[in-house]
Design a protein around this ligand. Structure first.
Ligand SMILES: [Zn+2]
Length: 187
């Protein structure tokens, strides 16, 4: 996305499978907003403490300071009068309340950039992401590379036995897979 609105509420969504560079793209956009001296707030769900509790971190180890919150309503507690840009990482882990909150923030002329997994390990839409993608003004779908065959990958394959929807981790638990090499829920 090259056009960046000025003084207009705007919702951007970055969605894709694991290892597709979502957090990296989120960090890139937020950094540019910071360089433009915008007032930026960044949130992530407390469930995701893979790397560092107070940062959004990409797999390529880029990071940006963030606020850990337990549920989406806490975004409003941190909001300041002069907040211009809000970043939200791992949005799939948030409650459905985030959908109305994002709309409300956009109505306050805030630019919101959301990153999250579009599908879970079964290939099913993940948490509030379908609704967030629907209401977004701009959507980017990121792709990874299939770790089996090298094609573009859009699915997250769980490579350990576990049937919980949320199992946080990266390298040893999941692989990016193309549609042919993906088999939801099985090894
Ligand atoms: Zn493949």
């Amino acid at each position: 996305m090259n056009f960046i609105p000025n003084g207009l509420g705007w919702i951007e969504a970055i969605a894709g499978c694991m290892f597709s560079g979502k957090s990296e793209e989120l960090i890139r956009r937020l950094r540019r907003a910071q360089i433009a001296k915008k007032k930026v707030l960044i949130f992530k769900p407390e469930i995701d403490n893979r790397y560092d509790e107070a940062y959004v971190v990409s797999h390529s180890a880029q990071k940006i300071k963030a606020i850990n919150i337990k549920d989406s309503s806490q975004i409003m507690n941190h909001l300041e009068d002069n907040t211009e840009v809000i970043g939200i990482d791992e949005a799939q882990f948030f409650d459905d309340g985030i959908i109305d909150i994002v709309q409300e923030l956009a109505d306050k002329n805030i630019r919101i950039i959301i990153a999250g997994l579009d599908q879970d390990y079964l290939g099913k839409p993940f948490g509030p992401m379908p609704q967030l993608l629907a209401i977004a003004d701009d959507v980017m779908k990121t792709q990874a590379i299939c770790m089996k065959c090298g094609n573009p990958a859009t699915k997250t394959q769980r490579i350990v036995e576990n049937d919980q929807q949320i199992l946080v981790g990266a390298n040893k638990l999941y692989e990016a897979r193309c549609r042919n090499c993906f088999n939801g829920g099985e090894k």
